[in-house]
Design a protein around this ligand. Structure first.
Ligand code: SAM
Length: 254
């Protein structure tokens, strides 16, 4: 996936709050080893370092552009190129942290138990994934897919998005986790700018649908989406745009 770190970080504030909330719920005070799966542009790494000053912290990601930004932003930290689907370390970690990344990786039924197996006894698997699929920002992507010549190309990509209901994750992990806490939060994001929901989505969810299209189709897809989304999220009287966004959190102790 061709990630654009600048487009992603244009909304760094609202995107980081869930990571802060997830981090604050992890009980370990002095973990020796921490993995950040799908670390992105390194925006979360300083938060991890601030909390766990002496830990070995490694960020893993499979995007060269994101890793380049991360290494520039945090030159003293360690970032490795790695595809989560192929991640088979020969050791366990005290904390495995993943914010807003695992919605890009299919096969949660095997991936999440595998990740919990890679947590050392007493350690924590901490995951946040967006679950905003019922909101107009995401439903309108579906409308554009259905209404255009790209339907056969893009519908299978939409249908492969792996995110499940909270109860599904509870049933998946409850027998192996020592303790399990799952919750959702809907953030009332307040955005600045012109059609900011379209801009926000372009930095994340929309990328998976724009990337397979040629340049002309990409422009047409984006233009149809922007026209719909501005009507669904008109600016308030103060010029700000409200973008409620639901996210799912999983905290599993090994
Ligand atoms: C939305 S960004 C989140 C970045 C960061 N964790 C944050 O909270 O801001 C998703 C990240 O997951 C990475 N990612 C997606 N699929 C991946 C995979 N299969 N292996 C490794 N990284 C992946 C992307 O490259 C991207 O950097």
């Amino acid at each position: 996936m061709a990630w654009n770190p600048s487009q992603y970080l244009a909304f760094a504030g609202p995107r980081m709050q869930p990571a802060i909330d997830l981090l604050n719920r992890i009980p370990q005070e002095t973990p020796g080893s921490v993995i950040d799966l799908g670390c992105g542009p390194g925006n979360i790494t300083p938060l991890l370092r601030q909390r766990w000053q002496d830990a070995d912290i490694i960020g893993l990601d499979n995007s060269d552009t994101m890793l380049e930004r991360a290494r520039t932003a945090c030159p003293d930290e360690t970032f490795d190129h790695c595809d989560i689907t192929a991640w088979q370390p020969d050791r366990q970690y005290d904390v495995i942290f993943s914010n807003a990344a695992l919605q890009w990786v299919t096969g949660h039924d095997t991936l999440f138990p595998h990740l919990l197996d890679l947590v050392a006894p007493g350690g924590t698997l901490a995951i946040q994934i967006p679950r905003n699929t019922d909101a107009p920002s995401h439903r309108l992507i579906g409308d554009v897919i259905e209404g255009g010549p790209w339907r056969d190309l893009l519908a299978p990509i939409r249908d492969a998005i792996p995110t499940q209901e909270p109860a599904w994750y509870r049933n998946l992990l409850s027998t192996t986790a020592q303790s399990l806490d799952i919750w959702e939060t809907e953030y009332m994001q307040v955005l600045d700018g012109d059609n900011p929901v379209a801009e926000y989505t372009k930095g994340s969810q929309l990328t998976r649908f724009l990337e397979p299209l040629d340049e002309a189709a990409r422009g047409e897809f984006e233009s149809r989406y922007r026209d719909l989304v501005i009507k669904a999220y008109p600016p308030e009287s103060d010029g700000k745009t409200l973008f409620p966004f639901r996210r799912l959190f999983i905290l599993a102790n090994a």
